[in-house]
Design a protein around this ligand. Structure first.
Ligand code: CO
Length: 657
């Protein structure tokens, strides 16, 4: 968690004038973050030092936003949310700041809530563990003499009812040891040695050595490095493959509003979810039609399958327990991003409340996406072909050993896609060479990658042609053989209205080619049907965690591929607002227990998708990108192929070789 290249972060200078953002949905500017910190410090600053978990824009009321979009004169107060805690104390204070008035307008204490593990705490956790005499002694028993070469990853600790852990804010750590300075330490796991750190007092609560009375697996002997400096020769990488946009890209930006070939969207960002897309709409014939009010990846969980030693505790919620936004990379032109790139900086808060700017955190560009449609008329020998493009809005975060690269795509075909590219380093454990257990695969002698999953939850605040939407489930039905199916070929699609929250808790079903449609019952297309977008669960993962287990109860969202809730501004995160050490049942399971109606209303669709990851040797030392995601396709939203009237033409930069 400490060894990725440092971001080019900088402390923003505190401005003497609070410059207001240009739109109520824009992320907080550094000056606004500083203003919140100043107000909060003045109010709560007496006592133990304040720690700032989150400072973010409080998104305005949706009715006000709609009025604003329709040109009505509405005054929207610029507000911020904050969550703070105190060094050495449990509990969170959260509240609202009115930035226009310069006042804290609401706050409450949550004595049981535990804030996420902050990046500033990572190295302190490692230092605390490496100073523990018990830990040092356990390392020596394994032949690790140089503690400086030991690396300790600060995993979240979950909620496992372990005596002595109650009511604390902890990190349950795993450790590795380098062969020499700066090599890839994940090639040398120290198996079965876990220190539990009280993050508030930064002291070691307990050292669990699973090999106190038996021989641990030997330390792996070989190195496996990935940094360029470890390579003396390289294989051929190919000739230059340049993306040339001779007249520049086709998108424009006004503030955070991005417009591209009919699409428009507001780019947002916060420390927890990272990238957020607001107010996605498509304009045709001069009329703007809304599709999604807000889209983000609101939570994720990575359950590991091994019950051995302490590996059952690996069930990390990287968004709720660490924050993808805070861990966003500064992206590099020509490396992370190819072509004509527009970068946006992201502004988050540091643990002391100061604004931290992550330069070039968001990458915007367009890509050719092959042919969009084609037809050859064999009678007339006439061919029509049009190419298709997509607009890409992306951000990459490093959470410990893994990289999560988030890509939102808008297509000329009207499709909206999200793709998660997972890369980085698998979490490794040790085994006797040649003898991994059934819960993992040896990626090199003595180094194991355990079976695990990455389950993401998208929060899609839908607005297909307006806020009043309904979700339908579509399944294929085969009539029984007989009068209704005399030839045995018959099959058709049946649509079922998902009327309430309980009815809308759904799993994918490949056997019926199941998918879901978000319709606007009040808007009809050219064939008289409600306008709609469909969601196909292309990467539905079957979870294997027991729903009644300590991890299953905290990550209840993972057990359905679809949830639908009526919009509520406080229902933001599927595993709850404070996920670190959270109690069972928070988030989607609790909200949907109300079984509210989701028919013809302002609804939020939650889609769970992911990666099932039985590890391969090729995933080491750094995993090639693997992807998962989903598409929202127009399905009767347009009256015909929206690309049909694209102009013909041929790319002039292409040549024959
Ligand atoms: Co994985």
């Amino acid at each position: 968690m400490m060894d990725h290249a440092p971001n080019t972060t900088s402390k923003a200078t505190s401005a003497d004038t609070a410059r207001h953002a240009s739109h109520p949905l824009d992320p907080l500017a550094p000056q606004e973050i500083a203003a919140v910190t100043e107000l909060v410090s003045a109010r709560f600053g007496n006592g133990a030092p304040l720690r700032f978990e989150r400072i973010e824009v409080k998104e305005p009321d949706k009715a006000q936003l709609r009025a604003l979009e329709q040109g009505e004169p509405v005054a929207i107060t610029r507000e911020a949310r904050f969550s703070i805690y105190r060094a050495g104390e449990i509990g969170v204070t959260e509240g609202i700041v009115d930035l226009d008035a310069g006042a804290i307008t609401a706050h409450r204490d949550l004595p049981d809530a535990r804030p996420m593990i902050m990046i500033e705490e990572f190295l302190a956790i490692e230092a605390a563990v490496k100073a523990s005499p018990e830990f040092i002694a356990a390392c020596k028993r394994r032949g690790v003499e140089d503690i400086d070469l030991v690396c300790v990853d600060p995993w979240s600790a979950g909620n496992f009812d372990v005596p002595g852990e109650e009511g604390k804010r902890l990190s349950h750590t795993f450790c590795w040891v380098r062969s020499r300075p700066h090599d890839n330490f994940y090639a040398r796991p120290i198996e079965g040695l876990n220190a539990v750190v009280d993050v508030d007092s930064m002291s070691v609560l307990r050292v669990d050595d699973y090999y106190r009375d038996r021989t641990p697996p030997p330390l792996a002997q070989a190195e496996s490095n990935y940094a360029a400096r470890f390579f003396e020769t390289y294989k051929p990488g190919g000739k230059p493959l340049d993306v040339v946009q001779s007249e520049g890209p086709s998108f424009t930006m006004e503030g955070n509003r991005l417009k591209w070939l009919g699409w428009d969207v507001r780019v947002g960002f916060n420390g927890r979810e990272g990238l957020i897309l607001h107010r996605i709409g498509f304009t045709e014939n001069g009329v703007r039609r809304p599709v999604i009010a807000r889209a983000s990846i609101a939570e994720m969980v990575v359950p590991y399958g091994s019950p051995e030693n302490a590996h059952h505790r690996k069930n990390v919620f990287d968004i709720g327990e660490y924050g993808l936004g805070k861990l966003a990379n500064s992206l590099t032109l020509g490396c992370d991003c190819l072509g004509a790139i527009r970068y946006l900086d992201a502004h988050v808060n540091g643990i002391d409340g100061t604004p931290v700017t992550i330069g070039n955190a968001i990458c915007i560009h367009e890509e050719d996406f092959g042919i969009g449609w084609k037809h050859w008329d064999f009678r007339t020998d006439e061919t029509e072909v049009r190419r298709m493009r997509r607009l890409v809005i992306s951000s990459i975060s490093t959470v410990g050993n893994y990289e999560y690269a988030s890509y939102w795509y808008l297509y000329q075909s009207g499709t909206i896609e999200f793709e998660m590219k997972a890369t980085g380093i698998i979490n490794t454990t040790g085994c006797e060479p040649g003898k991994p257990s059934r819960y993992g695969v040896e990626v090199m002698p003595g180094v194991v990658g355990q079976i695990h999953q990455h389950l993401f939850c998208a929060r899609l605040d839908m607005e297909v042609d307006g806020p009043e939407n309904t979700v339908l489930e579509c399944n294929v039905v085969v009539p029984p053989k007989g009068p209704d199916n005399p030839h045995g070929n018959a099959f058709y699609e049946e649509q079922t209205l998902l009327t309430s929250e309980q009815a809308a808790k759904r799993r994918a079903n490949q056997a019926t080619m199941r998918y879901w449609k978000v319709i606007n019952p009040g808007r009809r297309n050219a064939v008289g049907k409600p306008t709609s977008f469909k969601l196909e669960p292309l990467h539905a993962v079957t979870p294997f965690t027991d729903p009644d287990s300590p991890s299953g109860k905290r990550g209840g969202f993972m057990f359905e591929h679809l949830w639908v809730t009526p919009y509520h501004p406080d229902e933001r995160y599927p595993a709850g607002e404070y996920v670190n050490h959270s109690k069972p049942g928070e988030g989607l399971p609790a909200w949907t227990a109300q079984d509210r109606s989701v028919e013809n209303t302002d609804l939020v669709m939650w889609h769970v998708f992911g990666l099932h990851h039985p590890v391969r040797p090729e995933d080491f030392p750094v995993q090639p990108v693997v992807t998962c995601g989903f598409k929202l396709m127009p399905s009767g939203f347009f009256d015909r192929n929206p690309m049909i009237d694209l102009p013909p033409g041929a790319n002039k930069g292409s040549c024959c070789v």
